[in-house]
Design a protein around this ligand. Structure first.
Ligand code: ARG
Length: 705
């Protein structure tokens, strides 16, 4: 299909004809309508980082296993390890609350570009423009919130050339209903991650609860009842064939398809190598300890999975950028754009500065970029520094209003839950090893003149040994134990906090970053914002026959395409679907990533597929489509031309790991769990037929397309 994560608001104008040609039977109003139930009412943003969809009139929500992973781990103990065993609630009372987890349901969206940019001209000084735009964005969002009834924000698109208002209802009572064993939900582990062919049952289930009047509540409430959504998706048992129309609705997180060549180059040779090296180090140290101790393995399971996910992403992105010569392609585009601009005096006036400003800004940013990366991935790669950073609001309160008991108590109260959550999954000896390794790399790799003063302390007082310094920090800091942190919180003083070696280390990194690095990068970014806006505007004007879709930014989008195989490389073709046969082929009881649970092995060997078998008598597991998606789409519904659920999007393929930076229609695929495998895992493997029965199962003949 074509590139594009489209705003559903514009389906009618931009895409409807093309979608219908490909097999869509729904009208634009059935997809997005403010006044009547439409598809958008069945799709939610989960926790701000994933997508989910309603599959019953009782608020039952389907998403990915890796989206529910943290919640599943939170409810697991070594004695009752539901992450490992899997879990399906047998009654509503068994469903598990998750304080802090929420879903956002879109009420409406609006193009507010005209209102935000009213009166602003190309001559408006940049600082003035920023101030006006920010104020209008905030005012509009505040008005739309209607006294706290809604969550609302205005997001910019196309580098600040357009603005959109989004209004949501936020439901804070989202309970865990079920998940398959991890060996199913994460089958293939990091080896298969970001790759096709795939055999993962990457799903989990939640239920959204609301007040008795079907209104959102801020958190779990004992009196809440299942939310009745305006719309839920019927689930199709029909199965997919090559060429079937497929639509993915969801909340893609971030793409940078307009990133200039200099930005791509910085990612390629600075940011990604640093991220890969630091994550590699952290993951190896965590794994050493996880392999020694099952309790620790459970504690670190979720953090490990999320760090490993993007570790492999950065590796794949860099490999792909080299293979596909992404920087060169972008450079050629920029050269053509430059020529187009220079061919016309009015264009030179309007856009002439864009490309040279961009290149200049990146020259400057390159000098500080490693510092930024090492702050994020090295210093904040250690848990003690991260915990120390959470003390900031309390620290500022103690410093600025030391006598305001109420303010101090409020800051303390705000820490209670995060601190308990943090220590539930914390091992100080493990963190100490990571601290030594990552901070040592920080000292070696970042330009000496940009290092925080704690490096001088370590050099002068600890013989430049982070190991010796870590002995001191982890022995004396109260940030290494829950009891000590709570003792401090019971009677917090500025003196105690400032003297803490863990906090001091954080504060040194933070102060250096905010005083010496950030002002430089922010000044450069300021110029870049303007240059980028002009660059994107010029590009769209030059290629005005092409309809661009805005970069992903965690707002609701729709992409459409078809079920489609691909050619991975010379002589290698990939089929569009996988079956349970592949699970048996990959099965390896000696490799934790490829263990198949005993019950699943038995069922598969007996070919006990029930009503979920395909026409050839196989159990379908996954399939690919050429939908344009990215992280944040995880858990998104794959919908056929009649608006029925046929799959769950959960990943992308290795050959197209540069997709967030540059789109390649021949290579990019969206990897989906076949809904029939999901249902099989619930009903046959999980013995939870009652959950399947809650859904609207349909069988309406072959998919359109
Ligand atoms: N790569 C997937 C994504 O970001 C996540 C897959 C999770 N599975 C895993 N083995 N870590 O959407």
């Amino acid at each position: 299909a074509d590139e594009g994560m489209w705003l559903p608001l514009f389906v009618k104008r931009l895409n409807q004809a093309d979608m219908q040609k490909k097999g869509l039977k729904l009208t634009a109003e059935e997809i997005y309508d403010v006044n009547n139930a439409s598809l958008k009412d069945a799709v939610v943003q989960l926790g701000g980082f994933c997508t989910g969809e309603f599959v019953s009139s009782q608020g039952l929500l389907l998403t990915n296993h890796h989206c529910g992973y943290d919640a599943i781990q939170t409810h697991s103990t070594p004695q009752n390890n539901i992450l490992q065993k899997g879990f399906f609630a047998t009654t509503r009372a068994d469903e598990k609350t998750n304080p802090g987890l929420f879903v956002d349901i879109l009420v409406r969206m609006e193009d507010v570009t005209g209102k935000v940019l009213e009166g602003i001209t190309p001559g408006t000084p940049e600082q003035e423009r920023i101030a006006i735009v920010q104020k209008r964005q905030k005012d509009m969002a505040d008005a739309a919130k209607a006294n706290g009834q809604y969550v609302a924000y205005v997001r910019d698109m196309f580098g600040g050339n357009e603005y959109y208002l989004f209004v949501y209802q936020r439901f804070g009572d989202v309970r865990l209903v079920g998940a398959p064993p991890e060996a199913v939900g994460k089958f293939g582990g990091d080896t298969d991650n970001w790759m096709w062919p795939r055999h993962t049952g990457d799903f989990s289930m939640f239920r959204v609860y609301a007040s008795k009047s079907n209104k959102p509540t801020a958190g779990p409430e004992p009196d809440n009842v299942p939310y009745v959504p305006k719309k839920h998706l019927p689930v199709s048992l029909q199965g997919v064939s090559e060429g079937d129309f497929a639509m993915v609705f969801g909340f893609p997180g971030r793409t940078q398809r307009f990133l200039p060549a200099a930005g791509l180059q910085m990612t390629l040779d600075q940011s990604n190598p640093a991220r890969i090296k630091l994550r590699d180090t952290r993951l190896k140290l965590w794994k050493e300890d996880m392999d020694q101790d099952p309790a620790l393995r459970l504690k670190y399971a979720s953090k490990y999975a999320s760090i490993a996910n993007y570790w492999k992403y950065f590796i794949g992105q860099n490999e792909g950028m080299k293979r596909l010569k992404t920087v060169d392609t972008k450079k050629a585009e920029e050269a053509a754009l430059d020529q187009w601009i220079r061919a016309d005096q009015a264009r030179v006036q309007q856009y002439g500065e864009a490309l040279s400003s961009i290149n200049q800004a990146y020259m400057g940013l390159r000098e500080y970029n490693l510092s930024s990366n090492y702050v994020n991935e090295a210093a904040f790669g250690t848990e003690i520094v991260t915990l120390a950073s959470r003390m900031m609001p309390l620290y500022m309160t103690l410093k600025t209003t030391p006598t305001d008991k109420e303010a101090i108590q409020k800051a303390v109260d705000g820490l209670k839950e995060p601190v308990a959550e943090y220590f539930k999954d914390y091992s100080a000896p493990t963190d100490k090893k990571v601290f030594v390794a990552l901070m040592s790399l920080y000292g070696k790799d970042v330009p000496q003149g940009q290092l925080p003063d704690v490096f001088e302390t370590v050099q002068k007082q600890y013989g430049n040994s982070w190991s010796k310094y870590a002995d001191y920090v982890y022995t004396n800091s109260f940030l290494t134990s829950e009891a000590k942190v709570n003792a401090f919180l019971a009677n917090p003083t500025l003196v105690k906090l400032e003297a803490d070696p863990g906090f001091k280390t954080f504060n040194s990194v933070y102060t250096n970053y905010t005083q010496n690095i950030l002002p430089k990068t922010q000044a450069l970014q300021g110029g870049l914002t303007r240059a980028n806006r002009l660059y994107v505007a010029a590009l769209r004007e030059k290629n005005n026959e092409k309809v661009y879709s805005p970069d992903a930014n965690s707002t609701i989008r729709l992409s459409y395409g078809s079920v489609r195989p691909y050619k991975g490389r010379d002589a290698v073709r990939y089929d569009y679907k996988t079956t349970a046969q592949g699970i048996l082929e990959k099965e390896d009881p000696t490799n934790e990533e490829f263990v198949v649970p005993k019950k699943e092995l038995e069922l598969l060997k007996q070919k006990d597929y029930g009503r979920f078998a395909d026409k050839d008598g196989n159990l379908p597991v996954a399939f690919i489509t050429d939908n344009d998606i990215t992280g944040g789409n995880s858990g998104s519904p794959v919908i056929n031309g009649r608006g029925e659920l046929i799959g769950l999007a959960f990943d992308g393929n290795w050959e197209a790991m540069t997709g967030d930076l540059a789109y390649d229609p021949e290579l990019k695929r969206c990897i989906n769990a076949d809904i029939r495998y999901v249902l099989w895992c619930i009903e046959k493997l999980g013995g939870a037929r009652h959950i399947v029965d809650e859904m609207t199962i349909v069988n309406n003949g072959p998919n359109p397309g």
